[in-house]
Write a protein that binds this ligand. Structure first.
Ligand code: ASP
Length: 342
């Protein structure tokens, strides 16, 4: 009894627990009070379950860094009591929350598996049932008493991805997530096949929670024809400490003089400029094309193959830690939680 695997299921909101309002046809969050009602199969698991529900429940479009702190704190408080954690979360911003938690939970040695669904769990064709059951199995899996997946991951439609490598890319398909630059950590079929060589190894150090997140960042997504006043209004935002420059292809940007001098001025003012590609696969390679050479000279930092979700949360985390500009620029090019290929 004492050694029975124990899993904490944390419900934050999202489609998985929503219902259709018959009057309006709109999907709304609903208390997921009796999970066994929808999933009597949970009683067949030989695990101990506990449940925690957030109030209010959120459609994940209302997610905020202050909520990431609440969620990470809840995991920290329960860290020694459970073998693994399953977080039910809306898919819209799941990649942001999973990325944020990967940075906030330093020395994580237990599974934190995010899942949700595209159809509510009360619907006949729901994908929520399978996603939740797979996530529980993965959160409980061990190799010689050590968790099989000691990291923050997203389990959706029979695939397990590293959380800070994913993006939501489909609003309709059950396979809603993409990890363009890192293969799945596991694939679910008749068996759950873990790709052990791709999964982070436990370091057996004490969990360290980082709660300070600094939101003074912006995303500047480039498009042909972007205007000078638009670029400058972002770069001149009061209090701005870092900007994610979403570039074309392998990190390329216009070579127009006004654009380069705006970036240069921002960099000289102490703003970190982080070059992240708009592509869902592949990496930034500053200097590969003429259209990125000048960015390198200005001091723009290459984001390698990081996702925008991971870039946002990594910057909030690093700025929150109080590092200097130079230290942050160095750490942005270092893989802290397996978020980039170096
Ligand atoms: N709007 C929902 C949310 O992200 C969508 C979902 O759960 O998949 O909360």
């Amino acid at each position: 009894m004492q050694n029975k695997t124990s899993i904490l299921i944390i419900y934050t909101g999202g489609t998985i627990g929503m219902i259709h309002d018959p009057k309006t046809g709109i999907l709304k969050t609903l208390a997921f009070d009796n999970i066994y009602r929808y999933l009597p199969v949970l009683e067949n698991f030989n695990y101990n379950f506990d449940f925690y529900t957030f109030h209010p429940l959120l459609d994940s479009s209302n997610m905020h860094p202050s909520f990431w702190v609440e969620l990470a704190t809840l995991i920290e408080k329960n860290y020694e009591l459970f073998d693994g954690f399953v977080v039910l979360h809306g898919s819209d911003t799941m990649a942001y929350t999973a990325s944020a938690l990967s940075f906030m939970l330093e020395n994580l040695n237990k599974p934190v598996i995010f899942t949700g669904s595209q159809l509510p769990i009360g619907m006949v064709r729901t994908d929520g049932r399978e996603n939740l059951i797979n996530s529980i199995e993965i959160a409980a899996a061990k190799v010689e008493d050590t968790p099989m997946v000691p990291e923050v991951a997203i389990c959706f439609e029979n695939k397990l991805f590293r959380g800070n490598r994913t993006s939501k890319f489909n609003a309709e398909h059950f396979g809603a997530f993409l990890s363009g630059n890192y293969p799945p950590l596991a694939e679910v079929g008749v068996h759950i096949r873990y790709h052990e060589n791709l999964i982070l190894k436990p370091n057996f150090r004490k969990l360290k929670l980082h709660k300070q997140l600094d939101e003074n960042i912006a995303i500047l997504k480039l498009f042909p024809g972007i205007m000078e006043n638009v670029v400058n209004s972002i770069l001149e935002t009061k209090g701005l400490k870092a900007v994610i420059l979403e570039t074309f292809g392998a990190g390329n940007a216009p070579t127009t003089p006004w654009f380069l001098s705006s970036l240069n001025a921002a960099n000289e003012k102490g703003i970190i400029i982080f070059n992240v590609t708009q592509c869902k696969g592949g990496a930034v390679d500053i200097g590969k094309y003429e259209t990125s050479v000048e960015l390198g000279r200005i001091g723009v930092i290459g984001g390698s193959d990081i996702t925008t979700e991971s870039a946002v949360t990594k910057l909030m985390y690093l700025l929150g830690c109080g590092f200097s500009k130079e230290e942050i620029e160095q750490l942005l090019q270092t893989s802290l939680r397996g978020e980039i290929t170096v």
